[in-house]
Write a protein that binds this ligand. Structure first.
Ligand code: ADP
Ligand code: MG
Length: 700
């Protein structure tokens, strides 16, 4: 049960003055994910990103075009539009010592205007200045007040992220009311951490952020913002630690390999396992043999060889008499795993089955019977494997092959079919260690780093655009020697159209040199046209293909050994890594040419340097994170909501570890969160929407 002290924060936003159904709808869009209900709490955690400081005064004659300024002016005269020209603006002329400015209003009512800006009065007006034909004007000033009154008004105003149709005034008023409703909550941050970080209380921190006195109050690395980021991390780390505690509360099982199946598998493999694979297998075997339940993440690029590691783990389970389930995100991928593994399993004497929605009637009945009776060692399928009616004789190991399609809690529920089953999650996303925590929970990690099996190293060079001629010449030699070349054209920010024009232009120029050997593929082509262009390239009918970034996804031309990326400085690191991965797949030594336009910015230079130094997807992801922040990495950009609403990886990463350690420490001392601090932590979990985690507490 949620402590009643939090009730005011969980009230509907319509309980706030000035918030009706329409504004509530806008808050809904702005503040929460679709399907969630927006509450007063969400306004509190909607933090400003900057501020308007109206304390500094400007003068009319020197006010820069397009800037927001605050002026002290005397109101001179009103000029209402004539009857015949209703759509003309209402102008109020005002002046200071340096000149005259027109305050311009559309659809304004004379009576109202005369009260707002009385002639002869000295007033503060603030807004954007625009110059036209040497005359300054300010359209709909966003702040006007008599000079005398202005002294008592807050002249520093926070700026919030907004949504169309919402006015800043309405939002600020709602947030001010939300702040008043904030009860005094018990402190959940450990006193030592609070002291070291110079955190003040939640209430003080929120007041500072929503009512800043100065720009420094909103510094992401200032104490107030960091306190809130820490609260968010602590809530998420505590929730993860609780689910781990819950999972571990059930004694794990000991599964020790005898080598019976795994030795036969090794003998049947057409290759030697890499060192990284051996290490991962040893880590998994140690977890399985231990009494705690295994909760491990196996990370490795696509093609890194995760499947065979999974197979060895399943062999160990079978050797100790237990069954394994391998769960794929789609039926196609499940079938692919089955096709890849069944021959090896046959050779080792392991019985393996694929169960999909296509299995019906007698076939399905027989498969289910074999599973329930323990005649099947390994079963492969989608999450249908965990539906009602699927019984295991003894499910010891669950392996999930995924691209974060399952949430932490969902994933844990997958192990319920078994008796304290071990869990291994496989992912191809090169998430840095620091983010594994937030994306996957508190799991142990094995990594298959380095290049995917069978990939050759790629020589990467960065070359300024001035040397384009030399690159074209080199391309000509390569074509003559039978090489295949990708030529990726600039990512142009303004529009897809100019992107396309750049590619077409480059294609035309290259055709002047190489004739019909040059093909073109871009995003505006139909699927068939693209396929045809790529088929020409694959078959060698064209030797060089000019492409927009459409080649990023799913193209496999093993013979292509050179990739030229124009305007490489405009691409993100992970995109460059993806693009470069198009070559180095075949027998030939490959190269990647990063063409850039000088001068390079600091970040762009850093990116190109990383690309030259390494081909390791993890290293690149770590560097990408440092250069860019977490949003894109976790693919949360698409969902429109960041992974954390307050914390920013680029500013607050150090706090994550502190929060994790603290969460573990608290639970070790107070596993039921019953102490005074424990109670406060429960409130924190509710505040950050971790209700599910509170339910894991038996006395919840
Ligand atoms: P992942 O699941 O990590 O994307 P796979 O397990 O599908 O990668 O492996 C990709 C390919 O590499 C498969 O054809 C696999 O047989 C092969 N492979 C795996 N390990 C090795 C190895 N040690 N040496 C050579 N090839 C390997
Ligand atoms: Mg795979």
């Amino acid at each position: 049960m949620r402590p009643s002290i939090l009730d005011p924060l969980f009230a509907a936003v319509t309980t706030l003055e000035g918030v009706g159904p329409k504004v509530a709808g806008l808050f809904q869009t702005l503040l929460v994910r679709p399907g969630e209900t927006v509450r007063v709490r969400d306004l509190l955690f909607h933090l400003p990103t900057g501020l308007i400081d109206r304390r500094k005064r400007a003068e009319i004659a020197t006010a820069p075009e397009g800037s927001i300024v605050t002026l002290t002016v005397r109101i001179d005269r009103h000029q209402a539009p004539g009857r015949a020209q209703r759509s003309a603006p209402y102008r109020v002329f005002a002046q200071d010592e340096t000149g005259e400015i027109a305050l311009t209003y559309f659809r304004a009512q004379s009576g109202w205007m005369e009260k707002l800006l009385p002639v002869g009065e000295t007033m503060i007006v603030s807004g954007k200045v625009e110059w036209f034909n040497g005359r300054p004007s300010m359209v709909h000033p966003d702040f006007v007040a008599p000079l005398a009154e202005a002294e008592t008004l807050s002249l520093v105003e926070p700026i919030y992220p907004m949504t169309a149709g919402l006015s800043g005034k309405v939002l600020r008023k709602a947030i001010a009311q939300a702040l008043k409703r904030l009860p005094t909550l018990g402190e959940w941050i450990e006193p030592g951490v609070a002291a070291r970080q110079s955190f003040s209380s939640l209430t003080e921190s929120l007041k500072r952020l929503h009512d800043p006195a100065d720009a420094v109050d909103l510094d992401p690395e200032g104490a107030a913002m960091r306190r809130l980021a820490y609260d968010e991390f602590l809530a998420s780390q505590l929730a993860l630690a609780l689910s781990r505690q819950n999972m571990r509360a059930v004694r794990g099982r000991v599964m020790r390999g005898t080598g019976g199946f795994s030795n036969k598998l090794r003998a049947a493999l057409p290759f030697r396992l890499t060192e990284a694979q051996e290490t991962a297998i040893a880590e998994i075997a140690a977890d399985m043999a231990a009494e705690d339940r295994m909760l491990r993440l196996l990370q490795g690029d696509v093609g890194a060889g995760k499947t065979v590691v999974a197979l060895m783990a399943m062999a160990i389970a079978a050797e100790s008499g237990a069954q394994s389930a391998l769960l794929a995100p789609t039926e196609i991928l499940a079938r692919q795993h089955y096709d890849g593994l069944s021959k090896l399993c046959d050779a080792a004497g392991l019985s393996i089955t694929l169960l999909t929605g296509r299995d019906t009637g007698r076939v399905r009945t027989e498969k289910l019977a074999a599973l329930a009776e323990g005649r099947t060692d390994i079963i492969i399928g989608t999450h249908a494997l965990f539906q009602e009616g699927v019984e295991y004789r003894d499910l010891g190991l669950v392996i999930v092959d995924e691209q974060h399609r399952f949430g932490v809690h969902q994933r844990l529920s997958l192990t319920r079919k078994g008796r304290a089953s071990d869990l291994l999650v496989m992912t191809a996303t090169p998430i840095p260690r620091t983010l594994v925590l937030s994306a996957f929970g508190d799991m142990d990690v094995s990594r298959l780093s380095g290049k995917p099996a069978g990939r050759k190293p790629i020589t990467t060079v960065a070359v300024p655009m001035e040397r384009l001629g030399a690159i074209v010449e080199r391309a000509g030699q390569a074509i003559a020697a039978g090489d295949r070349i990708y030529w990726v054209c600039p990512l142009v920010e303004e529009s897809e159209k100019s992107d396309l024009m750049a590619a077409e232009e480059r294609c035309r120029q290259l055709r002047e040199v190489f004739g019909d050997a040059v093909g073109l593929v871009h995003g505006r082509m139909s699927g068939e046209e693209k396929d045809a262009a790529m088929a020409d390239f694959k078959a060698g009918r064209t030797r060089l293909v000019v492409a927009t970034t459409v080649i990023e996804v799913g193209v496999d031309v093993p013979d292509a050994s050179i990739i030229v990326i124009e305007h490489a400085e405009r691409f993100g690191l992970s995109q460059l890594h993806q693009l470069r991965g198009r070559v180095g797949r075949g027998e030939k030594a490959s190269s990647c040419v990063l063409l850039y336009r000088a001068p390079l910015g600091e970040t762009a230079a850093a990116r190109l340097a990383v690309m030259r130094e390494t081909e390791d997807g993890f290293r690149i992801a770590e560097e990408d994170l440092k250069l860019r922040g977490e949003g894109d990495l976790l693919g949360t950009q698409q969902s429109g909501m960041p992974f954390f609403r307050i914390a920013k990886m680029e500013h607050h990463m150090d706090l994550m570890e502190i929060a994790r350690d603290d969460a573990r420490l608290v639970l070790a001392k107070d596993p039921e969160l019953k102490s005074e601090r424990g109670e406060a932590l429960r409130a924190l979990l509710y505040l950050f929407g971790k209700d599910e985690a509170v339910r894991l507490l038996r006395s919840g």
